[in-house]
Design a protein around this ligand. Structure first.
Ligand code: CMP
Length: 135
């Protein structure tokens, strides 16, 4: 049974600087997902704070906001069967050093804050996060 969903990915400044935009988007297309919206932009501190609001009390919040605002990012809405959970599996563990080979973070990431890519973890997160990026 199919479960058509949309999800959001954000290629972070480290992924952009490493020239990985095309490779990363190709992975989702190769898997059979549709790209339904795409935007090159740079976060400001206000929108980054709202984007990462769930982490505002964590010790790494300031570092996270500073990092995500440090350069260009690419936001992309992806649609397909079980998009939210499948895309999360494809990006891999949050901590890049623990992400499995074959996942995006496992193949390209080295850090925790700088872990190449973000993906929404629920329908609610997708709605909230995509509004911040795509208005
Ligand atoms: P992301 O998927 O964008 O969602 C929240 C981000 O916080 C996460 O990726 C990491 O980049 C970052 N993060 C989560 N836990 C930690 C941590 N313990 N130390 C530093 N950064 C973290």
């Amino acid at each position: 049974m199919s479960n058509l969903e949309k999800t959001l990915i954000v290629i972070k400044p480290d992924g952009f600087k490493k020239g990985l935009v095309g490779k990363i988007i190709s992975r989702f297309e190769d898997r059979g997902f549709q790209i339904v919206n795409l935007k090159l932009f740079q976060f400001d501190v206000d929108s980054a704070g709202r984007f990462y609001e769930a982490h505002k009390d964590k010790h790494f919040f300031d570092e996270l906001v500073s990092f995500i605002c440090s350069g260009n990012t690419v936001g992309c809405i992806i649609e397909g069967n079980n998009a939210i959970s499948t895309v999360r599996l494809m990006i891999g563990n949050t901590k890049s050093t623990e992400a499995l080979p074959g996942t995006i973070r496992g193949d390209y990431g080295i850090g925790f804050t700088d872990n190449i890519i973000h993906a929404s973890d629920s329908v609610e997160s997708f709605i909230k996060e995509s509004k911040i990026i795509f208005n």
